[in-house]
Design a protein around this ligand. Structure first.
Ligand SMILES: [Mg+2]
Length: 238
């Protein structure tokens, strides 16, 4: 993709977190399988991955506030349901939930993708206003603050549980633009989820770019293979 269309009119960027800047390591499936195993239930990571794919899609909304609404308690309830759905065999589901909630609270359970540091460094040199916008809960502050590559960003987080709405709700993107101090047409959303990060952002008036690390972007959707493609060539050592 050429430099001009990517940056045309763009003054600020919001990055999605999970799958875009950070990934769980070990994998989500491994962490769930280990939690099951500690209660004597042996499951393959393939089985867990398949179940997680099903249950992660189920939405949980803040009562009375409609689709994509959320808060801390809603997120906790949502994850409790996901854990119970993925690991129905464990004798103590509350224990499994507590262990997994704590596991994913820890920065030690997450890694930055290798393209994150060079990209952020280059964009910071360009004085591009940046923030991280994530469907997550307050645990993300501890995760980002505890990862040396991202620690400086801990004050630049827009988190769904705090906004009150999850992506792709337009209120989430309004909160992002407010944080950046820019109108939507000046902001680009960069993320790995077609609906939450790209189509939802576009409906809210932002530009958007899919980070397609696994080469399965739908035809016609603007995408890059990794984050370094965001950096204009003159800053990219080319
Ligand atoms: Mg993501």
């Amino acid at each position: 993709m050429s430099e001009r269309p990517l940056w045309d009119g763009i003054e600020g960027i919001v990055f999605d977190a999970v799958g875009t800047l950070i990934k769980p390591e070990p994998s989500v499936a491994s962490a769930y399988a280990a939690a099951a195993s500690r209660q004597g239930v042996e499951l393959s990571t393939d089985e867990v991955r398949e179940r997680f794919g099903v249950h992660f899609q189920s939405d949980e909304v803040h009562a009375g506030q409609g689709v994509w609404s959320t808060d801390e308690e809603t997120e906790r309830r949502r994850w409790r349901k996901i854990v119970a759905g993925v690991l129905p065999e464990v004798p103590d589901p509350d224990r499994a939930f507590d262990e997994l909630w704590d596991h994913f609270s820890s920065p030690r359970s997450w890694r930055c993708f290798p393209d994150v540091v060079p990209t952020l460094r280059a964009l910071e040199q360009m004085d591009v206003p940046l923030c991280v916008g994530s469907n997550f809960d307050s645990r993300l502050r501890g995760v980002v603050g505890g990862l040396p590559e991202l620690a400086a960003w801990v004050d630049h987080l827009v988190i769904s549980s705090e906004v009150g709405y999850r992506k792709p709700h337009p209120s989430f993107f309004r909160a992002v633009c407010d944080r950046l101090g820019l109108p939507p047409e000046r902001v680009m959303c960069v993320g790995d989820d077609v609906e939450n990060d790209v189509r939802g952002a576009m409906r809210a008036g932002l530009s958007a770019l899919l980070v397609d690390r696994v080469d399965r972007a739908p035809a016609g959707l603007p995408h890059v293979a990794n984050l370094t493609a965001l950096v204009p060539a003159r800053l990219n050592g080319r």
